[in-house]
Design a protein around this ligand. Structure first.
Ligand code: DUC
Ligand code: ZN
Ligand code: ZN
Ligand code: ZN
Length: 484
């Protein structure tokens, strides 16, 4: 069955135009003025609205066992939360348990994701180094269609990798045409600061932010960037929260390195005063890593989005209930790290970015959808309102208003870090591969509607430091043309 979205303004990252959008078989088959409706087509009115590519959140953790707790939103509720806020695809992290193979982790994640209501893809985490992992990475890329590997430079004694492991894995990524991702925080320093704070009697949630200052992040970001340069691979830094990391990215870009930065929407509007709240549950609900920063850092992140030194806005959606957070009463290091935000990312970024004049609506589309589709090698299947692309679309009403409250959210937790924040500009109708998945509060998507999106490796690019040029050229990997 075909659908005609009529009367809206199509917004892509490069252009906005008055145009109708015709959908058939889950894809966009025409974009143009005054399109004729085929016989039997469903007509959807988009008068006064924008028609944008559905949001892609490249950083989520559904049903993740982390710090002894399993995050509350699973693939069903997480993707439903996303759809209700205009996000039509998530990229989640497969994280092997200690001793578990990447292949077993991949299968476990595929199983968890069977109930996804919207499309999804995965990154794979490298949490140690061994000949087995070296070999498994090739299977992950070539057989499982995952072209990104995540590395934690923090969480000492759990997920953290050292420089030797980072360098080995980055070299392997270069050979495979894969993109390494880093959680940039110096885990050794964090562990020591945590111990010092606890010894001084600082046990509440404010200790979390004191133990992870911006310098801890900036140091790790600089180190990862230099290691990527030596290994000859591009680099993607997740959850960029501060000026120090932004500055490292800016300098690396200037020097010709392909380095991408991902601020979170939470960092753009919330600051570190949240951890001083006297209500323990309130403050603990905001505990995530890296923590929220002050205004100076927020301004730097906005500047990065405006200038293009930062590319993508994500959420790191990893939702823990109050009960789970209370595990850390008396010891902030035991508060499970993570917050929600998936359903609020687009409305909050629109309100704080587009309505204030900080971002154009085209830049908004780039930051929420197109840039990440390109970085992760799934453009233009995803990330564009364009003939041949998947019909993952959001009809956006720029005049409609919503006040965010946990009472009305889709996410399964009892609080919302944006509680009371009023957004002007919200989704009206959300399409997932051509089907109406959500319309004005009516959730129509069903568990199992989401599909896994394979992502092929990138052609190796010549990003190597001079020491590698001509010495060990990565084996070429063909980049299949995904343009239909
Ligand atoms: N940070 C969080 O806050 N939660 C999940 C993992 C992470 O790095
Ligand atoms: Zn299964
Ligand atoms: Zn992280
Ligand atoms: Zn994360």
């Amino acid at each position: 069955m075909s659908t005609l979205i009529r009367g809206g303004t199509v917004v892509n990252h490069d252009l906005s135009q008055r145009a109708d959008v015709l959908i058939d078989g889950g894809r966009i088959v025409a974009v143009g003025e005054k399109l004729e409706a085929p016989a039997g087509a469903e007509i959807v009115d988009a008068g006064g609205c924008y028609v944008m590519p559905g949001g892609i959140d490249p950083h989520t953790h559904m049903e993740l066992m982390f710090m002894g707790k399993v995050s509350a939103d699973d693939f069903e509720w997480g993707t439903k939360a996303g759809l209700s806020g205009g996000t039509t695809m998530i990229v989640d992290f497969c994280i092997p348990a200690p001793g578990e193979s990447m292949l077993a982790a991949y299968q476990a994640w595929r199983h968890k994701a069977e109930k996804a209501c919207a499309d999804y893809s995965f990154h794979m985490a490298v949490t140690q180094w061994s000949p087995q992992i070296h070999d498994e990475m090739e299977t992950v890329v070539k057989t499982y269609g995952i072209n990104t590997f995540k590395h934690f430079m923090a969480y000492k004694g759990a997920l953290m990798v050292n420089d030797d492991e980072l360098y080995n894995s980055f070299r392997r990524c270069a050979q495979l045409g894969a993109l390494p991702l880093v959680h940039a925080e110096n885990g050794d320093v964090v562990a020591r600061m945590q111990a010092d704070l606890l010894a001084r009697g600082v046990t509440g949630p404010e200790g979390h932010s004191y133990s992870r200052p911006p310098e801890v992040e900036g140091e790790a970001a600089n180190r990862a960037i230099m290691i990527a340069d030596m290994a000859g691979c591009p680099l993607y830094i997740v959850h960029v929260s501060c000026e120090q990391t932004h500055d490292a990215i800016r300098r690396a870009k200037q020097a010709g390195q392909r380095v991408f930065g991902e601020p979170l929407v939470q960092y753009l509007v919330l600051d570190d005063s949240e951890y001083q709240n006297k209500d323990w549950d309130y403050a603990a609900g905001r505990v995530m890593s890296p923590p929220f920063r002050n205004k100076k850092h927020q301004d730097s992140l906005w500047a990065g989005l405006q200038s293009g030194t930062l590319s993508v806005v994500a959420t790191d959606h990893c939702s823990f209930t109050i009960e789970q957070k209370r595990n850390g009463v008396g010891d902030f290091t035991k508060i499970p790290n993570g917050t929600g935000g998936l359903e609020d990312r687009l409305p909050v970024l629109w309100n704080a970015g587009v309505n204030t004049g900080r971002l154009t609506k085209e830049e908004f589309v780039a930051a929420t959808s197109t840039n990440i589709a390109r970085i992760l090698n799934m453009y233009p299947k995803k990330g564009a309102v364009r003939v041949g692309s998947d019909a993952d679309l959001v009809i956006w009403d720029p005049k409609a208003t919503k006040t965010i409250t946990a009472k009305k959210q889709v996410s399964r937790i009892e609080y919302n870090v944006f509680e009371g924040y009023t957004c002007t500009g919200v989704p009206r109708t959300v399409f997932s591969r051509g089907r109406i998945a959500w319309h004005e509060g009516d959730m129509r998507a069903k568990p199992g509607d989401g599909e896994f999106v394979r992502r092929e490796p990138n052609a190796p690019v010549n990003v190597a430091n001079a020491i590698w040029k001509g010495l060990t050229q990565p084996k070429p990997v063909a980049r299949p043309d995904i343009v239909p």
